[in-house]
Design a protein around this ligand. Sequence first.
Ligand SMILES: Cc1ncc(COP(=O)(O)O)c(C=O)c1O
Length: 466
Amino acid sequence: MASIVVSLSPASMADAPSVRHHLKENTKVKTNDSSSFLRGGYGNAFVKSKSFSRFSMVAAVNVSHFEGISMAPPDPILGVSEAFRASTNEMKLNLGVGAYRTEELQPYVLNVVEKAEMLMLERGENKEYLPIEGLAAFNKVTAELLFGVDNPVIKQQRVATVQSLSGTGSLRLAAALIERYFPGAKVLISSPSWGNHKNIFNDARVPWSEYRYYDPKTVGLDFEGMIADIKAAPEGSFILLHGCAHNPTGIDPTPEQWENIADVVQEKNHIPFFDVAYQGFASGSLDADASSVRLFAARGMELMVAQSYSKNLGLYAERIGAINVVCPSADAAARVKSQLKRLARPMYSNPPVHGARIVANVVGEPDLFNEWRKEMEMMAGRIKSVRQKLYDSLTAKDQSGKDWSFILKQIGMFSYTGLNKSQSENMTNKWHVFMTKDGRISLAGLSSAKCEHLADAIIDSFYNVV
Ligand SMILES: Cc1ncc(COP(=O)(O)O)c(C=O)c1O
């Protein structure tokens, strides 16, 4: 029996009998099984079929497939930049997205990045595909930068490193590994955490729950809550830890607290899973900012680390980072790496080369490496100086005696102000300070010149809005 597929507009469907009239009985329009023909894109809801004496007619109605899709909410972080761009107020300040700005509030391309790009041009490098695991020279230096060249995990080749699409892509690849090889295992995320963490694990279908982290009473770490929740998690859970400069709070555990966290993680046979998005950018020192990861590695633990070069090299749009899995042996590392490649292949095939070459050049050339460290110190130093100035302005303006010193205890590019949703909205609506609704401000987007304005906005929102 022949199936005839005719695409008709809803109006012409009314004329279906006249269409039939024009078709000869034995017309062979399509002889395949009509369902397989339709499978490519027409859902059954949009298909009308009619049987006539010697043939059946299947009409794919020209109804939109996409009309029924609802509007997604704007991304809570990236949506702030969109709102900022739309504002015409001259006092406007974008403290939403975590991207470094100069004192003039302009984006900054590091000198070492420009020099590394010149080197690439001089060498006349091509644009061939990278292998699935990425650029070998990048993978080597990125793991060494994280753990230290002399770390036994490096020397014994126990780290499976795969270049991926910056921090986000590296986390996503690790999430796919968890979903595939640890079905049902839970990831524990700090409360609060970087907004995308939950999305990543939701999309990878990895179950997650939260551990306590932030104590609103002290605007500090709820260390006891954190330890209790990690202890209570099912054995063998993945504990997502921010290596340094916790986002959004800017509150990091002390070295002693890190030791205690490692004790509990080890006791419960959990797997530490570090997100390192700010190495060198938090304190200005690459080694100091990697100390939490190294402390866990020194205990001989297996662990995973997602790395990003968005902030410390300002390579936001190059999407350059890596996932590192510390394994018990070189053999196991080779197997884990092979599986990470297997997961990456259908997702994005292979990673981009440009950022990988920049990192490999900067880290691999001693002169550029030293210059990078100085530029990182400069960026971290500028953030620390506006942090101090904001604190000074708040203390000078606020006569109530409130202790604002929590701002100085926080580290990295963010400060958690303790402002609630409506207070944060007041910051934007009345003072044109664009920020996320959780009270987080990115100090990397603040200049000394705007500290007074920001302090006025915070004081007004804190005292006059509930
Ligand atoms: C904690 C944390 N992890 C990961 C990322 C990922 O950034 P990217 O994908 O640009 O490397 C960010 C970015 O803000 C972050 O703050």
